[in-house]
Write a protein that binds this ligand. Structure first.
Ligand code: ZN
Ligand code: ZN
Length: 431
């Protein structure tokens, strides 16, 4: 378990681990593994601190950019959030990529609306189906997270076992997956590399006692829909499929038709799950923001609007009966709606991380709602596990060491979890 610095001590029959980024920050995760002279990378995330357009260098993994080092066997992507795959466009196309099939489809669907790297998986991950990659056996575990088709990854090599949680939670719509992980945990884990988004850096910053579940969010949205006379706009991420489900169910409970934009439609269809609300579902319509109309026009991809023609609800219809509808769309559509049917009789529900509201666009949006006296409420819950749930997971897995990742509170892991072993970015250590 010794920390051996930035150079690898040659080929030994051990499973070596090096976290390139993530031991001291949330996102930008990249982990390199070495066993018997072969290497495997878990996630190549873009740091959340990097602004759009900022160039970010790939982590120093030999052969990752050039693709000319045969000892590098591939990159396994835990899930389709940019802080885990956002540097993939700098990885050589000769390096194989392993990712969930639906995760890759969702990322591909999103690229039309929000350009980013493709997941281009060579091999798909499947829940609890072990995958042999050279000396490594990778067993993905489907987890509950705010990204669709997200996995924790168990890696076996040289008689050692590492379990990397990826991003996960126990309070989403798939909490049963978290409970299954606690009830039937992987056995004999040497090192648990565990996300700790909610492990705060300061002891004074105590997380909320109770984490709201997606079911709570659904109830809260339904409550606001019932209590509001006019149009309700839910500002949320098109890729947060759990939230789309919560919102659709809330709209049904409140007797409103949920209007989804083209981005939401594309993502829902990309999941290939008939249980996810999409065109054809009762009380589900399509509203197309001006920005998306332009995108369709410029790209010439008119099938996107043609396919939903019969389901579209237009601004005049919304203005005539705003009480009938709730709209699930991105925050950038709100100004357009506020120039039309969205007024003081309606409401904006902010259903994303509240931190975005402190950014310039968030401040502008709050200002706009205040000026037009449009009620503004927040109904949201995190994509990441509470400390209480992490403690349950930790106890169930009972690893010989718990290494912090995806956290700003690494130094505090010892306060919450037994056998915490803090590591530094860039150091190699034996699992
Ligand atoms: Zn993340
Ligand atoms: Zn994530």
């Amino acid at each position: 378990m010794s920390v051996v610095g930035a150079t690898l001590p040659g080929m030994t029959e051990e499973l070596w681990v090096r976290v390139h980024r993530g031991t001291q920050e949330i996102g930008g995760t990249c982990i390199e593994l070495e066993a018997g002279g072969a290497r495997l990378v878990l996630d190549v995330g873009r740091p959340l601190s990097a602004r759009a357009g900022d160039a970010v260098e790939l982590p120093a993994v030999r052969g990752l950019a050039s693709g000319d080092d045969p000892s590098l066997l591939g990159v396994v992507i835990s899930h389709g959030h940019l802080d885990h795959y956002g540097l993939l466009d700098q990885v050589s196309p000769d390096v194989p990529v392993f990712a969930g099939k639906a995760a890759a489809a969702v990322v591909e669907a999103a690229r039309f609306f929000s350009p980013g790297p493709s997941l281009r998986p060579t091999v798909h991950l499947a829940d609890r189906v072990p995958l042999r990659i050279g000396p490594f056996t990778v067993t993905p575990y489907l987890v509950d997270h705010s990204a669709f088709d997200a996995y924790a990854l168990q890696i076996d090599a040289c008689g050692r076992r590492v379990f990397y949680t990826g991003d996960l939670r126990g309070h989403g719509r798939k909490s049963v997956l978290f409970e299954r992980l606690v009830a039937e945990p992987p056995e004999h884990v040497d090192t648990l590399i565990m996300e700790g988004t909610h492990v705060r850096a300061s002891a004074d910053d105590v997380p909320a006692q109770r984490t709201e579940s997606e079911a709570d969010v659904e109830r809260a949205i339904a409550g606001t829909l019932r209590a509001t006379r006019g149009l309700v706009v839910v500002a949320a991420s098109a890729q947060n499929v759990d939230r789309l489900v919560s919102c659709y169910r809330a709209a049904r409970r409140a007797g409103r038709t949920l209007l989804v934009d083209l981005y939401g439609v594309a993502v829902a269809q990309a999941t290939s799950r008939s249980s996810i609300p999409q065109p054809g579902f009762p009380s589900l319509g399509v509203w197309v923001p001006r920005r998306q109309k332009l995108r369709v026009l410029r790209s010439g991809e008119f099938r996107r609007t043609a396919e939903v023609r019969g389901l579209r609800v237009f601004d005049e219809q919304i203005a005539a009966r705003p009480d009938r509808y709730a709209i699930y769309t991105g925050s950038s559509s709100i100004a357009e709606l506020a120039a039309g049917a969205l007024d003081a009789s309606g409401a904006v529900i902010w259903s994303m991380w509240s931190g975005y509201l402190s950014e310039a666009s968030g401040t502008r949006l709050r200002g706009l709602c205040a000026a037009k006296r449009i009620p503004f409420v927040e109904h949201h819950t995190s994509g990441h596990a509470s400390v209480a749930d992490l403690r349950r997971l930790c106890a169930a897995i009972d690893a010989r060491a718990v290494v912090p990742i995806h956290t700003e509170g690494a130094a505090r892991y010892g306060d919450f979890f037994p056998r915490a072993a803090e590591r530094r970015d860039g150091d190699w250590w034996a699992a």
